[in-house]
Design a protein around this ligand. Structure first.
Ligand code: B1M
Length: 212
């Protein structure tokens, strides 16, 4: 079995102790960091999502897999983030209020930093006011929001409403992403952009900033 499928297997098993060394092994075999992420770590999490959905596994199993995933991402982070890139602009990032899912958001953060953006990461369970106030305080032109629950997705609409109520639509652009989102849902939330994954979030944010 190849190293990438080993990584995937250990993510599914929630084995946070062996995922870092397997990730390092894949790196020393010369595999590109993005392949390790996609075909090792993320493919393991995709299986976990399916098994959870079909009630084959339960919340503690998901939590363990999430820990294993984070441990692998910690190993890859330095490879995905190159230092000394001139700043392309500031982005305020967070998972919306009521939502604790932060793995995808962390991935967006890594990719943005890798591309040269300055990221102000507010973590998870972030209120609409906190997104908007932080962007204003830091003169950041973009608010980037993640949501993984259909029940928390509407908070994104609260953020865009707040931006409009305060007359900040020209100054502050929004981008949304996460499993329950789509182009249509993003439009309903009043967002300026939607990104399917972390890599395309970088492209969309570049477009948002250059269209200012
Ligand atoms: Co939860 N969970 N979870 N969970 N969990 C989901 C999301 C779910 C789909 C599982 C399922 O039923 N199949 C389901 C949601 C159903 C729904 O709303 N339709 C669900 C549920 C129900 C719940 C609880 C309510 C369970 C409960 O308590 N009964 C609970 C809610 C807690 C809360 O948030 N208040 C809960 C809890 C948890 C854990 C804490 C155990 C854990 C999270 C740990 C953590 O994040 N630190 C967890 C996990 C791990 C998952 C699954 C299995 C995996 C999510 C993940 O990290 N994927 C998930 C099933 C699934 O998604 N298939 C599930 C890997 C990650 C890289 O992908 O975050 O999608 P993702 O990010 C992607 C894209 O979406 C995108 O880029 C990334 C890829 O490059 N993206 C963006 C994300 N944010 C973006 C922002 C952007 C652009 C792109 O721009 C700003």
């Amino acid at each position: 079995m190849g190293t990438l499928s080993e990584i995937s297997k250990h993510i599914i098993a929630g084995d946070a102790s062996s995922v870092p060394s397997l990730t390092q092994q894949a790196v020393s075999e010369g595999l590109p960091a993005r392949d390790i992420l996609q075909e090792g770590l993320l493919s393991g999490m995709a299986v976990i999502g399916e098994k959870f959905k079909s009630h084959e596994i339960f919340l503690p199993d998901v939590l363990m897999a999430a820990r294993a995933m984070q441990a692998g991402m910690d190993e890859l982070r330095p490879l995905l983030i190159t230092e000394d890139v001139p700043s392309l602009g500031k982005v305020v990032l967070g998972t919306v209020r009521g939502d604790l899912h932060d793995i995808g958001k962390n991935l967006v953060s890594i990719m943005l930093k890798g591309a040269g953006f300055e990221v102000i990461d507010l973590g998870n369970d972030v209120s609409p006011e906190s997104f908007v106030d932080t962007a204003l305080e830091n003169e950041a032109p973009v608010v980037a929001m993640s949501a993984l629950l259909t029940t928390t997705m509407p908070v994104m609409g609260e953020v865009t409403d707040l931006i409009r109520q305060r007359g900040l639509e020209e100054k502050l652009k929004t981008i949304v992403g996460g499993a329950p989102l789509s182009d249509d849902a993003a439009r309903q939330m009043g967002a300026n952009a939607y990104a399917y994954d972390a890599a395309s979030a970088v492209d969309r944010i570049r477009e948002l900033i250059s269209s200012e």
